[in-house]
Design a protein around this ligand. Sequence first.
Ligand code: GUN
Ligand code: ZN
Length: 443
Amino acid sequence: MTLQAHCAAVLHYTASSSADLSSTHAFQPHYFPDGALAIDTDSGRVVACGDAESVLANYPGIEIKTYDNALIMPGMIDTHIHYPQVDVIASYGEQLLDWLNNYTFPAEQAFADEQYAAATADFFLDELARNGTTTALVFGTVHPQSVDAFFSASHQRNMRMICGKVMMDRNAPHALCDTADSSLTQSRELIERWHGKGRQQYAVTPRFAITSTREQLEVAGQLLKEYPTVTLQTHLAENLDEIAFVEELFPERASYLDVYDYYGLLGPRSVFAHGVHLTDTDYQRLSESGSHLAFCPTSNLFLGSGLFRLHKQPHPVSVGLASDVGGGTSMSMLQTLSEAYKICQLNGTSLSAHEAFYRVTQGNAQVLGLDHCIGSFNSGNEADFIVLDLNATPLMQRRQSTCHTIEERLFALMVLGDDRAIAATFVAGQCLYRKVSNKELSN
Ligand code: GUN
Ligand code: ZN
């Protein structure tokens, strides 16, 4: 064992009930103002977490790393993001369907080239690390080589990632379409190659009901039966024109969600992005099937999709937080929380700082079925953590100086913070990113 103690304020959350992520009281904060996170850099796992004095007393001789004005937290988790869309983030003036046709589909065609995909995956993963995100549920493109490139890059960095090849066989440019048969074969090959290799996991990824035939949705259901430990990711009820199109394409189904339900795509390993416009019956089916929604605030505002109901659900559905880049406008989960807070304000509810930081760590780990290994500092967990600089900008420094409680500090951090607030990012005990300070630059 090679032990290291990372010393600063330390904060993490544990869940009181893994069943109820819709409840704002389902978590317990653990805050140590003079804390230490002890890790074993050989195994890449957490050894202990608590008050520095007691942690250091229990491990005499442990190597000590100290950070000033810092907060150590579990690495943040993003439950829905598209790595090929770093090329279309911040594209002007459209709602969902036009945005897909005019910006996204043209850009995704470049990922037929594996070298382009590999270079983009490197860029994307470095950006995630720079933003303090250590795990994400990620869309590739229709090209299997886009997923090979992604997993090669994330495996090399030892990041815990979930990714899948997009399945789409209609209503998209020919160059981006597969078939029901080829999507079955290619998804299977990718699952066999990557699922469970190191920290990599596969997600069956039908893009959304508009771009899949009945035959292809059947294939998606078949893959989930064949491989019960893979994730399912897709989009659901994001935009009113999208919903109308789905109703035209599947007149035999009761709702957009019912299309996925009919083909066996609901369940505890399923993450549906958006769900902005759902009926009470839809909430009920999501709830009783144990499915998850991914709330994508910056995307919902940017594409004008609507206001997600985080706290006002007619039936309790588990909800993750997500950036949805490139419909979303920031890879920072801090900025994602800031926009989530504002959407809750418009819905007449309030997202507290503790709920917010719980959701982007332990909560999102639960959504992805990974809370047994990431999302908190329980002993034995994988040591994915970030060091946050609470004084990253002059304004943040000034505002922090007026804060009295950890709740106030966290709230200012999520509203004002972004990539500048990430001082360092560690995965499995190894430093993947460290911000170069102004002081170091001038030396
Ligand atoms: N629905 C289908 N595809 C997409 C996508 O790429 N982004 C978003 N935001 N919604 C989608
Ligand atoms: Zn998306």
